[in-house]
Design a protein around this ligand. Structure first.
Ligand SMILES: Cc1cc2nc3c(=O)[nH]c(=O)nc-3n(C[C@H](O)[C@H](O)[C@H](O)COP(=O)(O)OP(=O)(O)OC[C@H]3O[C@@H](n4cnc5c(N)ncnc54)[C@H](O)[C@@H]3O)c2cc1C
Length: 658
């Protein structure tokens, strides 16, 4: 127990996917935290498989997206077989994410990837396992904080004089206990959460009839199965969900009946805690897809399905996230994703309060934003679940006759695909508009919505022109302030190319001729100064702060002459010089370092299109707009640069927060 400190600002209980994401978020913002888990290692079984587009975007933010994609299988649709024939062959509509598909990634891989990332970020000393939390005290006054009584378990690593880690053998083990105090505690400790119980938070809902059995198998299918689609197979009053894994393996998910309506009655109650055998699975599969043969069962488990959402996600200085806060049937492959997104929502807020000087009321928004998401997912995955899984009578008839029509309607496909991808989750305006402001640009992407991606061009002083995605630039611990300046394009300027024209536009002479651009640039400087004074900028606040991103746009795709590196300097160097001047102008006015302000251009007009600004941004009228993006990738405030009500309410929100 010597390795356990007596204090940590944040104590995280549980190192499943939710706890690991939260730990990465705190680690990269330099927060003093502890991650405790009673298991010595991450899970080794496949468990939760579906990683949705929004979670893959979070993986990009955390720097693990390539590793995740390399180890997963991309899903492009879903097929529903009824009585052996394909009733619905659904291709997911592409949402606007760069990762517009669910990824099948085994939970063991997800945890391994996140755990490795946490170590890379320097979190080794903050992870303590196997250590079990036995008792929790949550103070009622904000300054009282929390305390936990923990016990080390056999297998706890001890470091001897030679700094060699050894395991304590179970027979010699006397569980030592220790009390750790902290400011905040977060229960990422699964469905039976000790943190939730210590808070006395009710967990209303129901345990659904029947148990789920899950198994990873090698199988020869009796029907042609597709490896890039989810396959739902229904026949004889039973449904089996088959998901392709890597290395020629399949995940089977189905129910084990506790009812007595057919020949599958099992009287021995202990049966319900047993993993499925090959014989049991073969019988079930044979019933639904005749002619299929299971060669090998690689892993199997069973669990009861609950449908519950906690009555509060925050209680004084304690929070709950992931399965500790919500559990539901695995329809739509949302389960683990909600937990990952809870952690991503909470991490930066905790960091801002603990390290960034933000008011602790910021933490109340965690419950306000995440509980409605949890409640709605619990509701939608539970409605009609039993009927769907049994697929009898009118449900079966509808599957054959109604669903194919429904899925062929574009609007339905779009709504379902986007909702499953979790990219359409939207947070309501916060009570005092601090975190999510009011709309100031009708028709545009609104505060509370996820910030869309877009292709951008940038000039790297060493390498020349580069193309990046906005989400790649947002993948930092910081908030971002997009400052959009629209430059007019005429026939003459289109021929010259956008950047050539921009060069002239930014020259003093042209700026006077086109006062809209000059005005927008000056407004951008003033707004940047106001914001950076309040929140700090990355060079001065490396773990919090706001990064400024000045984006020039023609509002549409434009000709982009490249700047390339040559032996004797940069070709297109005058453009580089001009952008350096803009940079210096900002830097002089605000006192910025190079990393605090990025300058880019909207290569394909995607920023204007994806942020739905085309009709509002008019180069001769309103040529500038700002969009403030929170560290978790949601828009917090927006407005036209010359709309003083919009800029004032944004600045007032920052004043309330800091
Ligand atoms: C067999 C099985 C199959 C599943 N299959 C699917 C599926 O197909 N699809 C799907 O979406 N979901 C599935 N799930 C659910 C999925 O695994 C969870 O939604 C997901 O793991 C939730 O992540 P979490 O981090 O919130 O909680 P968990 O992964 O449950 O992690 C909680 C952690 O807290 C630790 N802990 C708990 N109490 C304490 C304590 N007192 N002290 C210290 N540590 C503690 C635990 O050891 C654990 O590591 C499955 C779950 C199981 C068990």
């Amino acid at each position: 127990m010597d390795g356990l400190p007596a204090w940590a600002d944040v104590i995280i209980v549980g190192a499943g996917p939710t706890g690991l994401v939260l730990a990465c978020e705190l680690q990269r913002r330099n927060v003093d935290y502890l991650l405790l888990d009673r298991e010595e290692y991450c899970v080794t079984s496949s468990r939760a498989l579906g990683v949705q587009a929004r979670s893959i975007e979070i993986f990009e933010d955390l720097g693990v997206v390539e590793e995740a994609l390399a180890n997963g299988v991309q899903m492009h649709g879903e097929r529903l077989f009824v009585d052996g024939a394909v009733a619905v062959d659904w291709d997911f509509d592409k949402c606007d994410s760069p990762y517009a598909y669910p990824l099948i990634l085994e939970q063991s891989e997800t945890e391994r990837i996140l755990f490795t990332r946490l170590l890379e970020l320097g979190g080794k000393d903050c992870i303590k396992r196997p250590v079990e939390v036995k008792k929790i005290h949550i103070g009622r006054l904000p300054d009282e904080g929390v305390s936990v009584m923990v016990e080390a378990l056999p297998g706890t690593k001890e470091v001897d004089d030679d700094q060699v880690e050894t395991h304590v053998p179970p027979e010699e083990f006397v569980p030592p206990s220790k009390t750790i105090r902290g400011r905040y505690i977060v229960g990422c400790d699964g469905a039976r959460s000790i943190v939730r119980k210590a808070c006395g938070i009710p967990f209303p809902g129901s345990t659904l009839p029947n148990e789920f059995i899950v198994a990873d198998v090698r199988i020869k299918w009796g029907v042609p199965n597709e490896v890039n689609k989810f396959n739902l197979m229904s026949a004889n009053g039973r449904m089996i969900c088959c998901l392709p894994l890597t290395k020629n393996r399949w995940r089977l998910i189905t129910i084990r009946r506790t009812g007595v309506s057919d020949g599958e009655i099992v009287l021995d109650p202990s049966y319900y805690t047993k993993a499925p055998t090959r014989e049991e699975l073969q019988t079930l599969v044979q019933k639904v897809v005749p002619g299929s043969l299971i060669d090998e069962v690689l892993w199997g488990s069973c669990y009861s399905i609950n449908s519950r959402c906690a009555a509060a996600f925050k209680h004084h200085n304690a929070f709950i996230a992931g399965d500790a806060a919500h559990i539901h049937p695995p329809l739509g492959h949302q389960g683990m994703n909600v937990g990952i997104q809870d952690a991503h929502n909470l991490g930066w807020k905790l960091a801002l309060v603990v390290n960034g000087g933000a008011m602790s009321s910021l933490l109340d928004t965690y419950d306000q934003e995440r509980r409605p998401v949890g409640e709605s997912i619990v509701y939608y995955t539970s409605v009609g679940y039993k009927e769907l899984i049994e697929a009898k009578g009118w449900v079966k008839w509808s599957m054959k006759n109604v669903l194919p029509m429904v899925f062929s309607i574009n609007a339905v496909n779009r709504a379902l695909s986007h909702s499953m991808s979790m990219t359409s989750i939207r947070y309501p305006p916060s009570l005092d508009e601090t975190l999510v402001g009011r709309s100031h640009i009708p028709g545009a992407i609104q505060p509370g919505q996820r910030a869309p991606d877009a292709y951008l061009g940038m000039i790297n002083e060493k390498r020349g022109t580069e193309f990046v995605r906005l989400h790649q630039l947002l993948a930092t611990p910081h908030s971002s302030l997009l400052l959009l300046v629209r430059v007019p394009m005429t026939g003459e300027s289109e021929q010259k190319g956008f950047i050539g024209w921009l060069g002239e536009m930014l020259g003093a002479h042209q700026a006077r001729k086109d006062p809209g651009v000059a005005r927008a640039l000056e407004s951008a400087v003033h707004l940047s100064a106001d914001v950076s004074r309040r929140t700090g900028v990355p060079s001065r606040s490396p773990h919090t702060g706001t990064r400024l991103l000045l984006i020039f746009t023609a509002g549409k795709a434009s000709i982009v002459p490249s700047v390339t590196r040559r032996k004797d300097g940069m070709e297109g160097g005058s453009l580089l010089h001009m952008l350096q001047n803009v940079h210096q102008h900002f830097a002089r006015s605000i006192g910025l370092s190079r990393e605090d302000l990025l300058i880019a251009w909207d290569v394909d007009g995607e920023v204007v299109k994806n942020y739905k600004l085309a009709t509002q941004l008019d180069p001769f009228d309103h040529s500038g707009a700002f969009v403030s993006i929170r560290p978790d990738g949601y828009v917090s405030h927006h407005g036209l640069m010359d709309d003083h009500e919009a800029t004032d309410s944004y600045i007032a929100a920052l004043d309330k927060l800091f």
